[in-house]
Design a protein around this ligand. Structure first.
Ligand SMILES: Cc1cc2nc3c(=O)[nH]c(=O)nc-3n(C[C@H](O)[C@H](O)[C@H](O)COP(=O)(O)OP(=O)(O)OC[C@H]3O[C@@H](n4cnc5c(N)ncnc54)[C@H](O)[C@@H]3O)c2cc1C
Length: 373
């Protein structure tokens, strides 16, 4: 079985890893376009605190979060020992000045989800000083709900590890802009630098660029880029390796930390900015103002960089995932929006199985790639 995977963000990387593990001859192609979402994404994995009411999305996101520990362990067995994934917990900073009744209500809301998702772990209300002990730059008095199962991952490191592991299983890695090649009713491969790479199936893991990739097939998949600007700050020699993710309920912005004394403050959500790969003064001001309002202690850190990425936004928050009706040999795997580092590994795995003609482990009906297009 010959499989071409177009796009090697988190989805394409996971897809190639899975498909090569299942014995397919995989070619993984990436154009290296500026604004890959995986390279900019924050990397928070905490679907359980959501207030979004979409059971299909929620179930998929929870299943994806659940799959992380075995995936990370499997990669470690293949020599990819540190992909930066760590269950550091999350501090959910509620509205209402952390009133005890509000915190308990929030604890109950999240705990009610634990029966179906035990990986949520311990959920408890923390006082301001307790929360600040876990994330020292926080403003004093930031009472919070702590969710122990929340995790973070660096998308760059995870995708790179998946690609290396896929390559060790025989995946061929190519660079360049792939163009979908079709005959009536069937995808037959891609054209890369004038060469037709024939395949029994093609997976479109092309993120925010998927509408353009599918254009030659006339497939009306509605994906648009949502620009995100996200700031990285160094805190010198502080040991940030176990700091939790900070999720202020009021703003939709957030903070998280990685091992190298690095705090990441995100992010703008700019719909309509197109593929405009720039850091803007307004974007920077928004992200920094929100970050410093929650964690004024970051103000004395060192500004490192601002990353820009294009989230692949579909017609709603659900992934666009599965075979395309009426066009054999084509599987779409995108539309993961703001939670694609959470869902990407599972989406890639599901896409690989669909492309190889294996029965999906989940009902793909809610994720039809051509819905409402
Ligand atoms: C600022 C920001 C913060 C985020 N934070 C989080 C978070 O905390 N938690 C979370 O779960 N998610 C987060 N996300 C979302 C997540 O990053 C994305 O949903 C996810 O990375 C999308 O992965 P992807 O593989 O679909 O697309 P991408 O990572 O964008 O990869 C698509 C790839 O396709 C390639 N490509 C496109 N067209 C072609 C072609 N014709 N030929 C070859 N290659 C092609 C591109 O070069 C690109 O490398 C965040 C995103 C951003 C931008």
């Amino acid at each position: 079985m010959r499989l071409v995977v177009a796009g090697s963000g988190i989805v394409g990387a996971a897809c190639a890893f899975e498909a090569s593990g299942l014995g397919a001859d995989v070619t993984l192609i990436d154009a290296g376009l500026p604004g890959q979402a995986t390279a900019a994404g924050a990397g928070i994995i905490c679907p359980w605190s959501t207030r979004l009411d979409d059971p299909a999305w929620y179930d998929f996101a929870c299943a994806a979060a659940r799959e992380y520990p075995p995936l990370v362990a499997g990669l470690a067995d293949l020599g990819e020992a540190d992909v930066s994934y760590r269950q550091v917990g999350a501090l959910l900073i509620t509205d209402g000045d952390g009133r005890p009744d509000q915190l308990s209500q929030e604890v109950r809301r999240i705990e009610a989800r634990r029966a179906a998702a035990p990986e949520i772990g311990q959920v408890q209300a923390l006082s301001g000083p307790e929360a600040q002990r876990l994330f020292p730059p926080l403003a004093p008095g930031s009472a919070a709900v702590y969710i122990a199962g929340a995790a973070r991952v660096d998308g760059r490191r995870l995708a790179a590890a998946l690609i290396r592991a896929a390559a060790s299983r025989g995946t061929v890695i190519r660079t360049g802009q792939a163009t979908l090649a079709c005959r009536p009713g069937r995808a037959v491969g891609v054209v890369l630098d004038g060469e037709l790479i024939e395949a029994d199936a093609v997976v479109a893991a092309t993120g925010a660029w998927t509408t353009a990739f599918l254009a030659p097939a006339g497939v009306p998949v509605a994906v648009t880029p949502q620009r995100g600007q996200i700031v990285h700050i160094s805190l010198g020699s502080a040991d940030t390796s176990r700091w939790p993710v900070v999720l202020p309920a009021a703003s939709g912005h957030y903070l998280l930390a990685f091992d190298d004394s690095r705090v990441v403050a995100g992010a703008t959500r700019e719909t309509g900015a197109g593929f405009d790969f720039r850091v803007t003064p307004a974007g920077l001001a928004e992200v920094l103002a929100q970050a410093l309002a929650v964690a004024p202690g970051l103000g004395s850190g060192t500004y490192l960089e601002t990353r820009v990425g294009f989230r692949p936004a579909g017609p709603d928050i659900r992934p666009l995932l599965g075979p395309v009706p009426g066009l054999d040999g084509l599987v779409v795997a995108t539309g993961l929006g703001a939670t694609g580092l959470t869902m990407g590994p599972l989406a890639g795995k599901v896409a690989a199985r669909a492309a190889l003609g294996l029965a999906p482990d989940i009902d793909l009906a809610p994720f039809s790639p051509v819905r409402a297009a």
